[in-house]
Every structure is written in structure tokens, then in C-alpha cells.
Design a protein around this ligand. Structure first.
Ligand SMILES: C=CC1=C(C)c2cc3[nH]c(cc4nc(cc5[nH]c(cc1n2)c(C)c5CCC(=O)O)C(CCC(=O)O)=C4C)c(C)c3C=C
Ligand SMILES: [Fe+2]
Length: 344
């Protein structure tokens, strides 16, 4: 048996050309775990409505953050992969759930190196059906069809892992060490409330009423909302943050269904209107900076804050290819690679 790792992130369009953005959004939004309505309704919504207007708007947003080497999300994921590759002895491939390099390409790359035992590593701290689950489902479909000799092990969501909490906490502390701020906002990517209910394995726990995420439940294993609150609680504890100096919000909603609240844009606006002048924001649902952090938070978020009288707006960068993070991931991979197979 030969081991290898497939790290998977979300993906980006191939370029900022609206045609490429349309292709990417088409693949992304036609995923039944992202827009979870029946196929006919999804087709009508995505191909009949969203893809007629959104690609132009999204392409303009991508143009504001695009780097000479390409999409920040892809460039940063590649830098992370390359640094981990230097630290570990097992082959590491990188794939994107949407766009390129695809999961199929990543598995082929490992297959060509003789790998038959794969560690699937979704690059998401918190579980969501629109992120972790869709990666695992697609990878398994591809395995059955094209790589039946391969076996998979999965890295579980690491939202409460002490190594992740420490690394995130240190990165926040480093960014904010000489910064004056009145409040630290933990802004997570939003999901429709319906997604949270669908992922409730008990079918009865989830109320999305502010209290269910705090009580003990096996449902939390798959509850994005609970996991976001836990990451926040643990980081706040690690940093010794005082109550009421930090809070949680959810960004990037799409469509008219209720999404997780409070919404980040409205929270920033409210803070400014209440007279807050110095706000810091961290985005722990993303391990790599991307459109959602560089444009929606660092540009749009700052504009909203300034419009309502806010002054200092500080954004904590994602973990990206930070040395401490590279060391943590390399160690996790090495520990998996060198563990002995369980005897039958
Ligand atoms: C129904 C739509 C969407 C759900 C649900 C959703 C969940 C979700 N997404 C991320 C991470 C990222 N999303 C990004 C971009 C993005 N997300 C959606 C829609 C949903 N996301 C759209 C339409 C887009 C594209 C841009 C746009 O048109 O606004 C990105 C950035 C990609 C990049 O190229 O930089 C990330 C990362 C998470 C973690 C998540 C659920 C927890
Ligand atoms: Fe998204």
C-alpha cells in the first residue's frame, strides 16, 4: 500500500472573463448540495436566472482582487501545498471542487505515483453540506468509477482542534498586536438555514433559535452553525477576549431564503451607526484568502463601515501559507502516513 494526500479547496474561475466566471458559477451552483432544490427548479433558477446576470457582477468583483499569478484562492492553496510537500515524505496533490485542477485530475496524479491509500483533506475547518460533504460525495463517486483499487481516509472538520485554534489565535494576535479595536467580529460564510436542518442527523435537534447550538447533541458533528460558534468560543478563550468584545456573523448570502443570521454587512452597518470607530474582522471559515475575504470583507465591508462613520477597519488575513499552519498540517499528514495499519 502506498499513501498520498488530496487537499481540496473550493475553486475559482480560470480567469476574470465573464465567460469563465459563468462556466465556474454554472458548475458550482448546479451542485445539489449548494442549491438544494429539485433538478428542474435548480436548472430554472441557475441557468434561467442567475447565470444571466451574476457572471458579469462576479467578474467585476474578481477583477478587483485577481493577482498576476491568478486567483488568490488557487495561488495561496498551491503555495500551501508546495510548502507541505517540502516537509513531508508522502505525495500531496491539490484539487478544487469546482473548476481546475479537478478532483479527478488530483486522484489521477496520485494514481500515477502509485498511491492507493488516499487521505482526503477538505480545506474547511467547519462541516457544511455545501463544502465538506460535496467533496466527499464526489470523490467517492470518482473512486468507484475510475479508481476502485483506492481506499480513502478523511480528515474530519478541525473547527475545534487545538492546533487549529492555537494557529488561528496566534495569527489574530499577531495582526492585532499594534492595532486598537473596540470589537472583533468573527465573520463566517453563510448557508441557508435549511442546510443546517437537513444536516441534522437526529431530525429533531436543530431549532436555529440561539440555544440548540449550545446544548449537547450528536447533531453537532454535522452542524455548521454549532461548529462556527465553537471555533469562536475556543479562539476567544485562547486569546482571553472579554465577553461583549467579540461576536459572530455570517456573510455572502444569495437568494431570498433565510440564511444564517446575523448578516455580516448589516452587523458592520449597525456597529458603525452605534458609534463604533474601530472594528477588527476575522474570517475563520476560509483557510485561504479569496473573493469573499479580499473583496466582500476587506473592500465592501470597509466601505460600509466608513459610510456609517467608522474609522479603523482591520482584517485578519486567512491562515494561507503561514509557517505555523504549514507545520501543523505537515504534522497531521505525517502522523497519518506513519501510523501502522489496523490489524484485522
Ligand atoms: C447557494 C449558494 C452558496 C452556498 C450555500 C455557499 C456556501 C459556502 N461557500 C464557501 C466558500 C466560498 N464561497 C465562495 C464564493 C461563492 N459562493 C457562492 C455561493 C454559495 N456559497 C457564490 C455564488 C460564490 C462565487 C462568487 C460570487 O458570485 O459571489 C468562495 C470564493 C471563491 C473564490 O474564487 O475566491 C469561497 C472560498 C463556504 C465555506 C460555504 C459554506 C460554509
Ligand atoms: Fe460560497
Amino acid at each position: 500500500m502506498s499513501k498520498g494526500v488530496l487537499m481540496v479547496n473550493l475553486g475559482s474561475p480560470d480567469s476574470t472573463d465573464p465567460k469563465d466566471v459563468k462556466k465556474y458559477l454554472g458548475e458550482f451552483l448546479m451542485d445539489e448540495r449548494v442549491i438544494d432544490v429539485p433538478y428542474w427548479a435548480r436548472t430554472l433558477l441557475v441557468k434561467g436566472i442567475i447565470l444571466n446576470t451574476r457572471p458579469k457582477k462576479s467578474a467585476e468583483a474578481y477583477q478587483k482582487i485577481w493577482w498576476d499569478e491568478g486567483s488568490p484562492l488557487i495561488v495561496l492553496s498551491k503555495r500551501l501545498q508546495s510548502k507541505i510537500d517540502h516537509n513531508t515524505s508522502v505525495p500531496i496533490s491539490l484539487a478544487m471542487r469546482y473548476g481546475t485542477p479537478s478532483i479527478k485530475q488530483g486522484l489521477h496524479e496520485l494514481h500515477d505515483q502509485g498511491v492507493d491509500e488516499v487521505l482526503l483533506f477538505p480545506l474547511y475547518p467547519q462541516f457544511a453540506m455545501a463544502t465538506t460533504e460535496t467533496i466527499l460525495v464526489l470523490a467517492e463517486e470518482l473512486r468507484k468509477e475510475h479508481f476502485p483499487e483506492m481506499s480513502f481516509t478523511t480528515v474530519p472538520p478541525f473547527y475545534n482542534h487545538q492546533d487549529y485554534i492555537r494557529t488561528l489565535g496566534n495569527s489574530i494576535a499577531e495582526t492585532l498586536k499594534d492595532v486598537e479595536y473596540e470589537h472583533l467580529l468573527f465573520s463566517y460564510h453563510g448557508v441557508p438555514e435549511r442546510h443546517i436542518r437537513k444536516s441534522d442527523i437526529t431530525n429533531s435537534h436543530c431549532k436555529i433559535d440561539g440555544s440548540c447550538c449550545q446544548s449537547d447533541s450528536t447533531a453537532h458533528q454535522f452542524c455548521y452553525r454549532h461548529q462556527c460558534f465553537e471555533t469562536t468560543r475556543l479562539v476567544a478563550e485562547y486569546l482571553g477576549l472579554k465577553p461583549n468584545t467579540y461576536s459572530v456573523s455570517f456573510q455572502s448570502r444569495l437568494g431570498f431564503d433565510p440564511w444564517l443570521k446575523p448578516y455580516t454587512d448589516r452587523t458592520i452597518e449597525r456597529f458603525g451607526k452605534q458609534g463604533m470607530k474601530k472594528l477588527a474582522i476575522v474570517t475563520p471559515a476560509f483557510v485561504s484568502d479569496c473573493l469573499e475575504t479580499l473583496e466582500e470583507i476587506a473592500m465592501e465591508g470597509e466601505e460600509i463601515f466608513h459610510e456609517v462613520g467608522g474609522k479603523n477597519f482591520t482584517v485578519v488575513p486567512c491562515l494561507n501559507d503561514r509557517e505555523e499552519w504549514v507545520k501543523v498540517l505537515s504534522r497531521w499528514i505525517d502522523e497519518w502516513a506513519h501510523q501502522k495499519p489496523v490489524e484485522a
